[in-house]
Write a protein that binds this ligand. Structure first.
Ligand SMILES: CCCCC/C=C\C/C=C\C/C=C/C(=O)SCCNC(=O)CCNC(=O)[C@H](O)C(C)(C)COP(=O)(O)OP(=O)(O)OC[C@H]1O[C@@H](n2cnc3c(N)ncnc32)[C@H](O)[C@@H]1OP(=O)(O)O
Length: 289
């Protein structure tokens, strides 16, 4: 409830928590975890996730992300968004494991509702979305990239991307799966989902998880040049086409949002699933030292 109130305040009362300033004709607004810079005449915004250390999608981060997108969507001068990260070497570590571990069912339900909301807003956005994937992008991080119309990834073998849920002992929700199938086809998705494959940039390109791999220092310039190409298409025809391609996938979640929340909540609350998440979190800790 408190988050919903914060969201209303941020969105409608301007920016009490956020900031808006003019810099050389460009505009920017920032919440704590999302920075948005817009470039006047081109109608393009650059949205940077900045939730260190790994841009995990905590409830606060999801909320700020959704609010920022909503603001951009309502700003008729904005036609495209480049989605990227301000955390070195990490695009996004995906959903925040600490939101799904050791909490109560009401918290899981609230968290999942916000995950759904961000996904629906991103996936069905009328704007052109290009991701500049400048770091690791597992699970929910990959989901963000898959929502975009075009994905450019940095050519660094340390960065991997994919829906790795099965490695955590959890299952990618059906709408994650649907988007994966839409992007890389049924056979590749079936294999990658079962194995929890995290693809290197070269593999991701080969299988179609990303559209282009470029040297790390060119990710942003390439994303901009891709955006320029997409901006040349009339908005109305591009938007109708995007809607035609994505509507069925979005509708299948819209039709069963409440049931999906119940499924998630009962699945994630299971002792066996909590145990798997505990082990995975321990593994992440041990990796350090
Ligand atoms: C049948 C019905 C089905 C219904 C559906 C049910 C369930 C499905 C539900 C959800 C789908 C899940 C989606 C997800 O996104 S789950 C998250 C998956 N993410 C990962 O697996 C990434 C894990 N992280 C890493 O691999 C690495 O951290 C990294 C991103 C490659 C970065 O490595 P680096 O070496 O740079 O950092 P550290 O590993 O040292 O991490 C620093 C710090 O961050 C913590 N952390 C990492 N990832 C997360 C995360 N996703 N959430 C929360 N915290 C994270 C890590 O533990 C370290 O913490 P510390 O306190 O030790 O500093």
């Amino acid at each position: 409830m408190a988050l919903a109130a914060a969201r209303r305040l941020l969105l409608h009362a301007g920016s009490r928590l956020g900031r808006r300033e003019a810099v050389d004709g460009a505009r920017r607004f920032a919440n704590k975890r999302v920075l948005v810079e817009t470039e006047g005449p081109a109608g393009v915004a650059v949205m940077k996730l900045r939730n260190p250390p790994v841009n995990s999608l905590s409830l606060e981060c999801l909320t700020e992300f959704t609010i920022s997108l909503e603001k951009l969507e309502n700003d008729k001068s904005i036609r495209g968004v480049i989605l990227t990260s301000e955390c070195p070497g990490i695009f996004s570590a995906g959903l925040d494991l600490l939101e799904m571990y050791g909490r109560n069912p009401a918290h899981y339900a609230e968290y999942w509702k916000n995950v759904q909301e961000l996904w629906l807003r991103l996936y069905t956005s009328n704007m052109i979305l290009v991701s500049a994937i400048n770091g690791a992008s597992p699970a929910g991080g990959c989901l963000l990239a898959l929502c975009c119309d075009y994905r450019v990834m940095a050519d660094n073998p340390k960065y991997t991307i994919g829906l790795n849920e099965s490695l955590l002992g959890i299952v990618a929700p059906f709408w994650f799966k649907d988007m994966y199938v839409n992007t890389i086809g049924h056979r590749e998705a079936e294999r990658a989902l079962q194995l929890g494959t995290l693809f290197s940039p070269a593999e991701a390109l080969k299988v179609g998880v990303v559209d282009e791999v470029v040297p790390e220092d060119q990710v942003h310039s390439k994303a901009r040049s891709v955006m320029t190409k997409w901006l040349a298409i009339p908005d109305h025809s591009r938007q109708l086409t995007k809607n035609m391609m994505r509507k069925a996938t979005a509708d299948s979640l819209i039709k069963q949002r409440e049931a999906d929340i119940q499924n998630f909540t009962s699945f994630i609350s299971k002792d066996s699933i909590q145990k798997s998440l505990h082990m995975y979190l321990e593994k992440l800790k041990q990796k350090k030292g």
